[in-house]
Design a protein around this ligand. Structure first.
Ligand SMILES: [Zn+2]
Length: 430
């Protein structure tokens, strides 16, 4: 879709304009620099499936985060799109002679905090004074409008993005933090795209907390919490602990003491549970009983460092950390649980390319990268470039044909075919 929009202003190869999964055949792999798998013995290596799911995607932010599409990705929290078929990054502007440095440029945004694309439109959170705005920009016409502006009421107060917003099934999910004097509060929002219709989620009770872990359609996984009283502010805490006053006690460490106080407060005064919400009705049910199967420990939905949800699935483990464990996925659309892999030393796992890619340690504490295909039940160890303690190419996101991540300390992408075959020398910097 995006490439089609750009094709009026840039020379884009015809075969890339569709960007669809149906085209992710051997010819397309050749376009992106991959060597055909048949050369290295096809049966020994997983073939790329070309799967891409535009759900539960974190927005591109400043830093290494990317927002992937089927054919490329936005990166560095700017309106820059990396086209994998051309191995080139473009500024998303078609104004002749534009320097991309003022508001007249459709790709220029001042103070970008996070960015995503949906059906040819960019949705961008930008700093605006002590608050922020959500802007929608049409990539084809350059037209832009501010969907919403959040500004603090008083001088010295502020409104900020809390955590990383994410996108799933036509919706943007995000959380704002408002500082007003000594008071800090948070509010979750859902934004239906492309119209940009906003609604608040939760927030009636100031002592309740909500964190979206992922969503699919009308079902959302939420970490809910409630506190029975408010913690002391830092100045209140210090006034009750004169022994921590740095003026009279230069060796005191009030910051560490306050941090320890907050940890203790969390244990004593905050309760929480994971919930599965029906966003249409507003109702919910506790999530862990749905996932549990009588194992010793509660299901661990924080197993994956990449987040809890991928596409329509929630990834989690069941079992005991010292004993047998099972990696499972819960289908948010159909409400079904699937047990994927049994083991005893799982470290991490991700659902990419319609497969489970996971890390496991052996008795010698050496790390192995494995791939399991739920469709064929095949399970294979991947080449990890001789690394025994880290994943050689760590994946942050995927397009249909490539994984985006980090290799040898650099931000890089690699075709799925090259990744499965261990041809890391073909990874490309961006
Ligand atoms: Zn421009």
């Amino acid at each position: 879709m995006l490439l089609f929009l750009l094709s009026g202003c840039y020379s884009v190869p015809e075969q890339a304009s569709g960007g669809g999964r149906a085209e992710a055949g051997p010819e397309k792999s050749a376009d992106t620099g991959a060597v055909a798998d048949t050369q290295s013995g096809a049966s020994d290596v997983f073939q790329a499936k070309g799967a891409f799911h535009a759900d539960n995607l974190l927005l591109a932010q400043r830093g290494i985060s990317v927002f992937p599409t089927e054919s490329g990705f936005f990166f560095s929290g700017s309106a820059r799109f990396y086209d994998l078929s051309q191995k080139t990054a473009f500024t998303l502007c078609n104004v002749p002679g534009c320097l991309h440095n003022s508001e007249s440029c459709p790709a220029y945004f001042s103070g970008v905090l996070a960015l995503m694309e949906h059906e040819g439109k960019l949705f961008v959170f930008c700093e605006a004074g002590s608050g922020l705005i959500l802007v929608c920009a049409d990539l084809k016409t350059g037209e832009r409008r501010t969907l919403e502006s959040w500004q603090p009421v008083a001088l010295g107060d502020s409104v900020v993005l809390s955590g990383t917003p994410f996108y799933s099934t036509g919706r943007l999910y995000f959380k704002l933090g408002t500082s007003a004097g000594d008071h800090y509060s948070e509010q979750c929002f859902l934004c239906d795209l492309p119209e940009g219709v906003l609604r608040k989620f939760g927030g009636e009770n100031e002592r309740e907390g909500f964190d979206f872990l992922g969503a699919y359609g009308e079902r959302a996984v939420v970490a809910w919490s409630i506190r029975d009283e408010d913690p002391q502010r830092f100045d209140e805490f210090l006034s009750q602990h004169p022994e921590l006053d740095p003026k009279s006690h230069p060796d005191a460490d009030p910051d560490s003491a306050y941090s320890a106080y907050l940890d203790d407060f969390q244990r004593q005064h905050v309760k929480g549970e994971l919930r599965l919400y029906d966003l249409k009705s507003g109702g919910y049910e506790p999530l862990l009983p749905i996932l549990a199967d009588g194992s010793e420990n509660a299901p661990n939905v924080f197993f994956s460092s990449g987040g809890s949800c991928y596409g329509r699935y929630l990834l989690y483990t069941l079992g005991d950390f010292d004993g047998a464990e099972t990696i499972c996925r819960y289908d948010l659309e159909h409400g079904t649980v699937e047990r994927l892999v049994d083991g005893s030393r799982f470290l991490n796992g991700f659902l990419y390319d319609d497969r489970l890619i996971y890390l496991e340690k052996d008795e010698k504490q050496e790390l192995h990268v494995r791939v399991y295909d739920p469709e064929t039940k095949e399970n294979r160890e991947l080449d990890n470039a001789g690394e025994t303690q880290i994943m050689a190419f760590s994946i942050h996101a995927e397009t249909a044909d490539a994984f985006i991540g980090m290799y040898q300390g650099k931000d890089m992408w690699i075709t799925k075919a090259d990744f499965y075959a261990g041809r890391f020398e073909n990874a490309v910097s961006y």
